[in-house]
Design a protein around this ligand. Structure first.
Ligand SMILES: [Zn+2]
Length: 309
């Protein structure tokens, strides 16, 4: 029996998670596909201005494409656009969250192993980033936002200069919801309702969270072992985490969460993700920098992997 990956070529749809330049005019891309998980391939000539496929292979584009097997690398053939998420790539705040979600999706996927649920989650989350708007983000993007166009593949500078910036709590909430969903789909959702150590139901009060032990701890179990890091988890943050763990986005979207509680939930989820993935999440720093940048300071550089040329 021939495995699908051994066929001469195949057609698939995928979302561009990552790319980097190679040689004079080529580009290596990493795609998340529903049926084959991660697919890495070289797009020959994609950086030539005359390339028919280059523009389709920008970050976070949803495309349909032909991939052929090669001796060393798979190669991209024909490409057709399915969804460009234009509203996402016109705003650095949205884009930074999209890049972050794409990295998480990559970390929770493997090459040539189907992962349709994570694919669907990413596709719908990117669509939500594009559409989510809570009216709190009316500040214009500073003019230096056009520097993003140096990354060549992200946006039209004129759009970036005129679109409102999005420093939106709803987008932060969406990123947290995405983290919880991808943890759930991958079987790594922490325990938020019972003690991760003894399994007893937790009373409604402040607790602590341990990534090592995989959840919240009751007062009897919370004594830290050697080197264990315990994070504070107040009642509002716990309620938020529980709610997000059992809810689809429409039930989360309208929540107005005090910034401190959202930050606490973020710290818990990020620490847990870091523990599960066992690797630094490169784009998290970029997302943080973009948020800080809204409040002044230097425009953050794109994460290294994403910068072209
Ligand atoms: Zn316990």
């Amino acid at each position: 029996m021939t495995s699908p990956s051994r066929a001469q070529s195949f057609r698939c749809e995928g979302i561009v998670l990552r790319h980097r330049d190679a040689g004079e005019a080529d580009r290596f891309i990493t795609l998340l596909t529903p049926d084959r998980g991660l697919v890495r391939a070289v797009a020959r000539g994609a950086r030539k201005t005359t390339s028919k496929i280059g523009g389709h292979l920008d970050l976070l584009r949803h495309v349909s494409l032909t991939v052929s097997e090669g001796h060393t690398f798979r190669a991209v053939g024909q490409v057709e656009g399915i969804e460009s998420y234009r509203g996402l790539r016109e705003d650095l705040g949205r884009m930074s969250r999209g890049i972050y979600m794409a990295e998480l999706a990559e970390r929770f996927s493997v090459e040539d192993a189907p992962n349709p649920s994570v694919f669907r989650l990413l596709a719908s989350a990117l669509g939500l980033i594009e559409k989510t708007w809570d009216g709190t983000s009316a500040r214009p993007v500073p003019a230096q936002g056009v520097i993003l166009s140096e990354a060549k593949n992200l946006a039209q500078s004129s759009d970036l200069a005129t679109r409102p910036a999005t420093d939106s709590p709803t987008l932060d909430l969406l990123a947290r919801w995405f983290e919880i969903r991808i943890l759930h789909l991958s079987g790594f959702l922490p325990r938020f309702s019972s003690c991760a150590e003894c399994g007893r139901d937790l009373e409604q009060r402040d607790h602590v969270f341990s990534a090592e032990r995989g959840g919240l701890l009751c007062p009897d179990c919370k004594t830290a072992g050697g080197g264990e890091r315990l994070l504070p988890a107040g009642v509002p943050a716990i309620k938020l985490l529980r709610h997000m763990a059992r809810s689809d986005w429409p039930a989360v979207e309208g929540l107005r969460v005090p910034p401190d509680d959202l930050a606490q939930a973020e710290r818990i989820l990020r620490t847990h993700l870091r523990h599960v993935i066992d690797h630094k999440i490169n784009s998290a720093a970029f997302m943080d920098e973009v948020r800080k940048w809204r409040n002044g300071g230097r425009r953050p550089p794109l994460p290294e992997d994403e910068v072209s040329g």
